[in-house]
Design a protein around this ligand. Structure first.
Ligand SMILES: Cc1ncc(COP(=O)(O)O)c(C=O)c1O
Length: 396
């Protein structure tokens, strides 16, 4: 039989999706599964974006420009300006989702065997993008006990070596909900300048920041033009995960030219989705105000309910819509599967993402899960009740 590549064999399964067959089986048995495992918001997509696709007069569904149309990129610069990010249309490469932006970026700045330092736990697909590019993730542990704050800079320095190409952060963080402060960003800036590294910031959750806090983009820093690369996406901002549109933003011309070659190789992002994404930029502010208010309510309910359960440790997210919870179990992978296979209450159960897949240090996060608070309040309260009952039965 022809052989599958080592790289292919090493591609990790998504911890967010790997339990799907067990959830499907549970549903076939008539069980209602509350999905806390995936960041698929139930928030309505702005009508203006949907209408742009419905009402268009396209007769030939042609390729778009590889880097995205000038009109879209120009309109994006206005959006970024409102977010204290001053860039030109030429600093943007439009991609097919933030996922492709990450793939192209890593591909453009690393060679086989190179290393990228990432605070863990991190967005699990960084593992997949790294494996696909033949590079190593060097994790630096951030702890639930500090709310997943930026680890000490001296700890980063211990990990920097001749193969280090970049530091990658997710801000606000998936899966931690952590929001990096301006001071933390400035510490990272000093570090990457000292060692001549790229600083990649995945800012796809920029809008989702709570309690009156401010998001601080790496692109708002001065003196970082050659080093800073921002990853963005319309998926979460406009609840348009299915559009598959994102972008790479950098003032580093060579980086942009290189990622453009990747973009040319895949010709273009989907034309209808580009139409919707451009129109979405006219979404009124009150859409976001309502969405943020809803997420704050959900977060507060989730954290309050989780804190009522004995022996659960959870850190309050400041942004995004996830939290990591430490459970009184030794193997959260087993527990999460058990909840789908063996547990139900009134024909209901929950699906969560075991957190081990968000770490690359072996054995880390074994007793943690990631919960996405993308369901309405009633479903969240019921879900936490189910978690409590499941823990009692599993441990009993
Ligand atoms: C942190 C982070 N980055 C990137 C992505 C990729 O998003 P997309 O490819 O839908 O733009 C996601 C999706 O969940 C994410 O959570």
């Amino acid at each position: 039989m022809p052989k599958i590549s080592k790289k292919g064999q090493m591609m990790p399964e998504s911890p967010i999706r790997k339990l799907v067959p067990f959830a499907e089986d549970a549903k076939k048995r008539g069980i209602n599964v509350f999905h806390l495992n995936i960041g698929q918001p139930d928030i309505k997509t702005p009508q203006i974006a949907l209408d742009a696709v419905k009402n268009n007069t396209i007769e030939v569904l042609s390729y778009a420009r590889s880097e995205g149309s000038e009109s879209y990129r120009k309109k994006l610069t206005a959006y970024y300006k409102k977010n204290q990010i001053d860039i030109n249309a030429d600093d943007i490469i439009v991609t097919t989702g933030g996922s492709e932006a990450l793939l192209f970026t890593i591909g453009s700045i690393t060679d086989y065997g190179d290393e990228i330092i990432i605070p863990e736990p991190f967005y699990a697909n960084y593992n997949g993008f790294s494996t696909a590019n033949g590079i190593e993730i060097v994790p630096i542990v951030s702890s639930i006990d500090t709310g997943f704050a930026l680890p000490e800079i001296k700890e980063f320095e211990k990990l920097i070596g001749p193969k280090t190409r970049a530091i990658l952060i997710c801000n606000p963080g998936n899966p931690t909900g952590y929001l990096y402060s301006k001071e933390e960003i400035e510490k990272l800036k000093a570090l990457v300048l000292r060692y001549d590294l790229f600083l990649i910031a995945d800012e796809v959750y920029r809008e989702f920041v709570y309690d009156g806090m401010q998001h601080h983009s790496i692109m708002s820093e001065t003196g970082l033009d050659e080093n800073a690369i921002m990853i963005d996406s319309v998926s979460k901002r406009y609840s348009m995960c299915g559009a598959r549109i994102g972008c790479i933003v950098s003032r580093n011309k060579e980086l942009i030219q290189t990622t453009l070659k990747y973009a040319q190789a895949r010709l273009s992002s989907p034309t209808y989705a580009l139409l919707a994404s451009e129109a979405a930029l006219d979404t009124p502010q009150n859409y976001f105000d309502e969405v943020i208010e809803e997420y704050v309510k959900r977060r507060n309910i989730l954290i309050a309910e989780l804190n009522k359960i004995d022996k659960i440790k959870v850190s309050t997210p400041k942004g995004a819509f996830y939290c990591i919870a430490e459970l009184p179990v030794s193997d959260a992978d087993d527990f999460a599967q058990w909840m789908l296979e063996k547990f139900s209450d009134n024909n209901e159960t929950i699906m969560v993402a075991p957190a081990s897949g968000f770490y690359s240090t072996k054995g880390s996060g074994k007793n943690q899960i990631r919960i996405a608070y993308v369901l309405n309040k009633e479903s969240l309260i019921r879900s936490v009740e189910l978690l409590k009952l499941a823990l009692e039965q599993y441990n009993g």
